[in-house]
Design a protein around this ligand. Structure first.
Ligand code: ZN
Length: 73
């Protein structure tokens, strides 16, 4: 893993960056969890947007095609 402060390559046993002294071990784990959580939220938003657009397309298709079927009969 890398220092969040200066980008220096760290050993997993290091509590602080050898280059800049920035404490990294616990903060790095917290940051990773936040990134994963944020990534999941983004995926859920994409799925929601997809569902909304599908519903929109289906609704639009119904509005356009139902009058066509009604007039055909
Ligand atoms: Zn550093």
């Amino acid at each position: 893993m890398y220092c969040v402060n200066c980008g220096n390559l760290l050993n997993e046993n290091d509590d602080a960056c050898k280059k800049c002294g920035h404490p990294v071990k616990n903060k790095q784990n917290t940051n990773n969890q936040e990134v994963v959580r944020h990534h999941n939220v983004q995926q859920e938003e994409k799925v929601s947007a997809l569902i909304v657009s599908i519903i929109g397309i289906v609704g639009w298709a119904l509005i356009v095609f139902i009058p066509l079927f009604m007039t055909a009969q």
